[in-house]
Design a protein around this ligand. Sequence first.
Ligand code: ADP
Length: 266
Amino acid sequence: PAKPTTNEIKGNPIPGIQNIVAVASGKGGVGKSTVTANLAVTLAKMGFKVGVLDADIYGPSIPIMFDVANERPLSVNIAGKSKMKPVENYGVKVLSIGFFTKPDQAVIWRGPMASKALNQMIFDAAWGELDFLLLDLPPGTGDIHLSIMQALPITGSVVVSTPQNVALADAKKGVAMFQQESINVPVLGIIENMAYFTPEELPENKYYIFGKEGAKNLAEDLSVPFLGEIPIVQSIREAGDVGRPAALQTATPTEEAFETITRNVV
Ligand code: ADP
């Protein structure tokens, strides 16, 4: 398919980086990182230049999802300055806060510390030209998020939620966080993840395990766009675990679902 043109979000003060899109969730475990990884590979397949910055200080999982957990960014010299070179896989450049912490060590970050580390990963990194830098935010809506968002020039945000009430309540806080006056980041929309389950032997059946259309209804209530839904699919989980995002597989319903959502984002 032809590469879509970006229209909704434009302009970023970092030279070379057109758009920084924050992916947030409110609640943890709803699939924020899975969605980020799959959006990134889908954007790359469409021909965009893409980077992912994993800012999930509580549990950076992007290195595993991109099969680069054992790699470390190299230092390169650009115009006399030492810069971090993102690692790359599947046509996506990746930097993660996980590259700078020991895997089994609990790190307690304060807002300013986290935003400083992220600032370096944006401004002191050799990203090159990017159409999209996806920022995988930590779950929640605390001080740390405010610090990150005030420090970084974010052009738009998407909020991931399951249809479950507890997740929706937190997603609502996430949208409110982006819309508050001191942040004021455009909300590109809400993505419903784990929308339903269809067993292989009953392909016509949809089981709404976490409730039906909760995120879709929330988007309507909040007057923000609904970007689409992803069902619960075993291969999405497996693909994440082996470090090869499911949307890389061609001609599958999963590829199609992520393509629909990605087209709604750009
Ligand atoms: P978060 O970033 O919100 O904490 P993750 O992306 O780490 O969530 O996802 C939590 C778990 O759920 C992971 O094991 C992931 O593989 C799985 N998962 C996420 N989305 C789906 C989906 N649509 N279908 C099946 N498993 C999923």
